[in-house]
Design a protein around this ligand. Sequence first.
Ligand SMILES: NC(=O)c1ccc[n+]([C@@H]2O[C@H](COP(=O)([O-])OP(=O)(O)OC[C@H]3O[C@@H](n4cnc5c(N)ncnc54)[C@H](O)[C@@H]3O)[C@@H](O)[C@H]2O)c1
Length: 281
Amino acid sequence: MAEKKNLFAAGFDKATLITGGSKGIGSGCARVFARAGARVVICDIDQETGRALAEELTATGPGECHFEPCDVRQPAQVERVIEQTLARFGRLDCLVNNAGQHPPHQPIDSFSIEDFKELLQLNLVSVFAACKYALPHLRKTRGSIVNLGSIVGAMGQWQATTYCASKGGVHGLTKALAIDEARHGVRVNAIMPGNILTQSRLDLEATMEYGEAFHDFVETWQWTGRSGTIEEAGNLCLFLASNAASFITSAEIPLTGGIELGQGPKVTVSEREVRPAADSG
Ligand SMILES: NC(=O)c1ccc[n+]([C@@H]2O[C@H](COP(=O)([O-])OP(=O)(O)OC[C@H]3O[C@@H](n4cnc5c(N)ncnc54)[C@H](O)[C@@H]3O)[C@@H](O)[C@H]2O)c1
């Protein structure tokens, strides 16, 4: 019987920069890209984990992976890591803007203006900076950008105004940039994950009194009955970065297991009782 082959197994040798690649979805992307043959630079503030991952992926091959320290909140560091990637590979084919954070849930009253600005710097301004500095090089290779948005950037989420605003911004940036860069042959897309199971989420659940029950509860939100994996996120990013997606630009692809589909309870019965219909008079 013919050996089953992954669509991307080896042969994908694109020079790729992945921000926030030490852990979580970024590390899933690095794994999938390196397994497909890509030459990858991951950058992150977590140096120890990033260096260990890069070593492991290069040793496993067939691609290669290198780590560079970078705090994406600092545009000068973003510019530097792009230059380092160029110096290493001589070209840049793909930028995956992944570094980002979801702060703890709280109402708008509890977020300060400074909290909001800081989150925008991390989740949105960093993406703008990386695109800006990478594009002169991506235009030469007719490369592509994959941004990490979020399904809640489109849907909204309970007590997450700052996060949803930052991801909505990523979606708007993706669309506008896709329009501008089409004439240069550069594609710009976003993925919109729902719940992707990461070590960070498992660590958080471990600190909760009812962490296991919470974990099981979150798994029921998807029609698949589970969260996505970091490799599944990597697969979608790899597809969008590949020539197989050559006619796809400005897409915002949900990666959610169907969390946004169908109907279900939205408020508790007691909450509903305090929301009378507006007086029609
Ligand atoms: N996991 C999910 O369910 C989910 C859902 C929707 C969107 N996302 C988005 O996907 C991206 C990755 O999320 P994740 O869940 O894998 O997060 P994670 O916390 O597991 O990993 C984030 C990585 O980014 C790095 N990082 C954080 N701040 C940084 C900075 N200032 N400079 C450089 N690197 C930095 C961290 O060190 C870490 O390696 C984020 O943009 C997030 O908003 C995640």
